[in-house]
Design a protein around this ligand. Structure first.
Ligand code: IFM
Length: 400
């Protein structure tokens, strides 16, 4: 069997807005409940206070890495006003991870921004890059000893969210709220493609922050890209390349010069001569409407390695929305086999972080559960699922 890279990370990922609760100064919080069908995040999993318990469950299961985020809206609730207390909070999180034997992988931006930033024009505003840069400068001092920093999560999905927010503002949005991370077809319109101009702005912001962090930390810097693992129908290869550029290659190319790139993979989609084909209706489809495709991870990793010219890869998200934990184990087991084959074929993969540690707030919806741990939303009691122990055991077996 192919050896994994020395120090290969095994762990799970989360995002602040989805688990912390009461992210009051953020743009997403302000948008919650504005459309029918959109649930509020509320207290979420109260991980803002319970992060030690979460990390301990992960470490006790035998895993050694935790990806979590810093929430810009908490650090800078008002432009230029940096909260020292919040910086200290996130430093405590980093210290706790290290104390428990977990390598922290820290994300600076995971979809949400301060409300004031959105009101100022958001990512397309004149001051966007300067603002993100200033936030990174404020955070850099607490990143001492952190080896992996993600500047931005899924800029390609963020570009779609920016378009959706714009439509909401212009009252063009019709019908029920659908998170861009849900892929239900049927009566709802398919997701719009990410806008290229927005994507180019995000690449610029990523490069600016990479420069800040390179000058002030010793961390490896990268960003993470949502990969749709497109597969072409015969004769649709050109169409696939065209769509790939807009959906992901713009962002993968934007990672050139980084220290690593994050691969985020859940399902795969066919591309025909007319474009992306909807996920076929099937009883095996996941709770977010996507096809059950554990092979997507291998496709995503190979494509990323090809476009980035063999850059080191961290799998920063991979998982399945299901209420059936045996399916989560089966999906992950198979996904890991495809990952091993991609590694055997030459992909330089440095770690696997499962999405997600907890059942959490799926951007307007609580129904799709991705977690290795169930969370009682009233008492906040954590109930580890068998998949958590299984993943820990898998990591141990490979390590020893
Ligand atoms: O929950 C999201 C996450 O925030 C970004 N990547 C996809 C996940 C599952 O939809």
């Amino acid at each position: 069997m192919t050896e994994l890279a020395p120090g290969f990370l095994w762990g799970a990922s989360t995002a602040p807005h989805q688990i912390e609760g009461n992210n009051l100064n953020s743009d997403f919080w302000a948008s919650e409940g504005r459309m029918p069908g959109m649930e509020r995040s509320g207290d979420a999993c109260d991980s803002y206070h319970r992060y030690r318990e979460d990390m301990k469950l992960l470490a006790d299961a035998g895993l050694d890495a935790y990806r979590f985020g810093i929430e810009w809206a908490r650090i800078e609730p008002v432009p230029g006003m940096i909260s020292r207390a919040e910086l200290a909070h996130y430093r405590r999180m980093i210290d706790t991870a290290v104390e428990l034997g977990l390598t922290p992988v820290v994300t600076l931006h995971h979809f949400t921004s301060p409300l004031w930033f959105a009101q100022e024009g958001g990512w397309l505003g004149d001051r966007a890059v300067e603002r993100f840069r200033a936030y990174a400068e404020a955070v850099a001092p607490i990143l001492g000893g952190v080896e992996w920093v993600v500047t931005m999560n899924e800029p390609n999905m963020l570009a779609i969210m920016i378009g959706m927010a714009e439509a909401m503002r212009n009252q063009q949005a019709a019908g029920e709220w659908q998170s861009p991370t849900l892929d239900h077809e049927g009566p709802r319109p398919p997701l719009p493609a990410p806008d290229v101009k927005t994507g180019e702005r995000l690449v610029e912001a990523h490069h600016a922050v990479r420069e800040v962090l390179r000058g002030r930390t010793g961390a490896k810097i990268g960003w993470t890209v949502a990969n749709r693992a497109f597969v072409a129908r015969p004769g649709a290869e050109e169409k696939k390349r065209e769509l790939e550029y807009v959906w992901e290659d713009l962002y993968l190319e934007g990672s050139r010069g980084d220290d690593f790139v994050g691969v985020q993979s859940y399902s795969s989609q066919w591309v025909g001569p007319d474009g992306i084909e909807p996920h076929p209706q099937h009883p095996d489809n996941t709770l977010v409407g996507t096809a059950y495709r554990p092979d997507a991870l291998g496709i995503a990793v190979r494509h990323t390695a090809e476009v980035t010219g063999g850059m080191p890869i961290l799998v920063t998200e991979n998982g399945i929305a299901t209420h059936d934990d045996t399916r989560r184990i089966a999906y992950t087991d198979e996904a890991l086999k495809h990952l091993r084959t991609a590694i055997a074929d030459g992909a330089d993969v440095r770690g696997y972080l499962h999405w997600s540690l907890l059942d959490n707030y799926e951007w307007g919806h609580w129904e799709p559960t991705f977690g290795l741990i169930e969370v009682d939303r009233e008492t906040f009691e954590r109930r580890p699922k068998p998949s958590l122990a299984w993943l820990g055991e898998t990591a141990r077996r490979v390590r020893d």
